[in-house]
Design a protein around this ligand. Structure first.
Ligand code: FAD
Ligand code: SIN
Length: 548
């Protein structure tokens, strides 16, 4: 069965939905999404969206803070783009009926503060920004006759020349994308979704690690599919660990927003000592890589299982009003943050690298765009600044839409004949134990050997093990009827191997990539993007990597 539309969007977070809303004015849009419509990293975002609205703030200041966070690897054009276009994209959200928290007079946005920002510039909806944005976009979308959104549909692989029957009439060397094979989880069948423009908006890969703030959907599918399709992937060694996720047996993966530190929260060890000033002059508001490493070092030094975030000195009513979701979650676990300290640990949070795009969201595969967390636009460099992610997703989705519209207008050629998914020779093997075991092994391996602090020996060991696991998974995949857990496992193993290769390649410490073998930053040899493309790893100058 082939379903054709003008545009195919894979993923229903902020990136995919905001693109779809724009594209639907001009043509038909199909959105496929893995679980229920709202399940995404976007839905869990707490802190907010960074943008310059305060008259005392400036674009230059936001740009400079982003550069500092990215430790020399931000692509200047991309940073300038998100900062200068950001306020307009937030106004678009308000036009779509999404409401953000206003100040006491109810006239202007209440602007919060987060690590690495030198001004208050975080637009937020209390501590539920993501949920408000996600549901606001979905509400708009449901009114649109041109959009067909299909939940429980998992993209399996992008359709390219590789799948075209009888080869293509396209010039050698160019790769085109014409849509995706998609698993319909209700029927168990793989269907074919065709489009001349495909947007990858599949989000991040936090699930590759044992401890993560990300929901279960974040298995790196977009990076894996794009890599298999021949797209260039960049910066994967820069996996961001959020310093403060709740440490509680029943509160797994729950984030305690950086905005809590922005609001005056203090990090203390078990003995009650505030330790952050020993690590950085900005203390609790230093960039995330610094705070996460400081916590990691405190935990390793003391042998304790966690550190604590203390807000007991802040007015209790004020806290409950500003952080209602966090308060509710903690109270459900019998923890009253107004009276006791919150136990916290770092966890994998955000993939700074991804599928490389230019300033229009185009990947190196024609007809394939990527925006949001799956993309590597050059904005974040070696470490993302808090609340720049939703901003990047919104700004680049708008840009990608304009480019895709022009592309559709100027490329009217028909989609070639594509064969249906072929599952001949595959069997329903029902070996659930193999899949769950391998998934846990990858997560553990990545946490232990490819985490906050790395070394060549750990990375090499991880690389050798992951290659074995990948070989086993590939051979199992070839003879097994595809299921969602199997697809995710295959993608996770590939993304894990790409992260390890990128981390092994970079022989220095910078931002989120810290290795004990090369503890210093080396601007002479490593001021560029690690690119993995069709099996090869190389270092590219930023302007070459992003400026095509
Ligand atoms: P997502 O929102 O993750 O959406 C990805 C979509 O793709 C999902 O619908 C998923 O189901 C779908 N998908 C994935 N694979 C497939 C497949 N194979 N087939 C079909 N569909 C697929 N950033 C900020 O800027 N500010 C914040 O305050 C903030 N807080 C955060 C708090 C938490 C707990 C987390 C986890 C992240 C936070 N971030 C924040 C980061 C930010 O939320 C994400 O980077 C951003 O929402 C990514 O949006 P996206 O649309 O690219 O991806
Ligand atoms: C948070 O609220 O701490 C998350 C913000 C972000 O990831 O940008």
């Amino acid at each position: 069965m082939a379903i054709q539309s003008d545009v195919l969007v894979i993923g229903s977070g902020a990136a995919g939905l905001s693109f779809a809303l724009r594209a639907a004015k001009y043509g038909t849009v199909t959105i496929v999404t893995k679980k229920e419509e709202a399940e995404s990293n976007t839905n869990y975002a707490q802190g907010g969206i960074a943008a310059v609205f305060d008259p005392n703030d400036t674009f230059e200041s936001h740009i400079e803070d982003t550069f500092k966070g990215g430790v020399g690897l931000c692509y200047p054009e991309a940073v300038k783009t998100i900062v200068t276009e950001g306020p307009e994209r937030i106004k678009d959200l308000t036009k779509w009926g999404i409401h953000f928290t206003l100040d006491d007079k109810g006239k202007v946005f209440d602007l919060g503060r987060e690590g690495g920002h030198s001004k208050n510039r975080i637009v937020h909806a209390m501590d539920k920004t993501g949920r408000v944005v996600e549901h606001g976009l979905l509400d708009q979308l449901r009114r649109h006759p041109n959009i067909n959104i299909l939940d429980n549909h998992v993209a399996v692989d992008l359709i390219t020349e590789h799948h075209v029957r009888g080869g293509g009439k396209y010039p050698k060397g160019d790769i085109h994308c014409w849509g995706s094979y998609v698993l319909n989880c209700e029927t168990g069948k793989v269907e074919m979704y065709l489009a001349r423009v495909t947007l990858l908006a599949t989000g991040g890969a936090g699930q590759v690690y044992q401890h993560t703030s990300n929901p279960a959907i974040a298995t790196g599918d977009g990076v894996a599919m794009a890599y298999r399709a021949g797209a260039a992937i960049g910066g994967l060694e820069f996996m961001q660990f959020h310093p403060t996720t709740l440490y509680h047996s029943k509160g797994k993966s729950f984030l305690i927003s950086e905005a809590v530190r922005g609001h005056g929260g203090i990090l203390r060890n078990k003995a009650g000592e505030a330790f952050m000033k020993q690590y950085h002059e900005l203390g609790e508001l230093a960039a995330r890589d610094i705070v996460a490493r400081a916590i990691d070092s405190e935990i390793k030094r003391s042998g304790d299982e966690c550190v604590y975030l203390d807000v007991t000195h802040i007015d209790a009513d004020n806290l409950r009003k500003r952080f209602p979701q966090i308060n509710e979650k903690l109270l459900a676990l019998n923890l009253d943050m107004t009276k006791e300290m919150i136990p916290v640990v770092p966890a994998a949070h955000y993939m700074c690298g991804g599928v490389i795009t230019n300033l229009q969201g185009q990947t190196s595969v024609e007809g394939l765009y990527a925006t949001g967390e799956v993309a590597c636009t050059g904005v974040h460099g070696a470490n993302r600044l808090a609340s720049n992610s939703l901003l990047e997703a919104l700004v680049f989705s708008e840009r990608a839409f304009h480019n895709a519209k022009a592309y559709l207008d100027s490329h009217k050629c028909a989609i070639p004949t594509i064969p249906e998914w072929d599952d001949e020779g595959t069997f329903n093997q029902e070996e659930w134990v193999l899949i769950s075991h391998d998934r846990r092994e990858i997560q553990r391996l990545m946490w232990d050997y490819v985490g906050i602090v790395r070394s060549d020996e750990r990375l090499e060991r991880a690389g050798a093990r992951i290659n074995l696991i990948r070989d086993q998974i590939e051979s199992y995949y070839k003879k097994t009827v595809v299921t969602e857990p199997l697809l995710e496992l295959r993608n996770m193993s590939l993304v894990a191997s790409l992260i390890i290769r990128s981390a092994l390649y970079r022989k220095e410490s910078r931002g989120l990539h810290y290795t004990t073998d090369y503890p210093q930053k080396d601007d002479i040899n490593w001021l560029g993007l690690t690119v993995i493309h069709q099996g090869n790893v190389s270092l590219k100058a930023l302007a070459n990597a992003f400026g095509y």
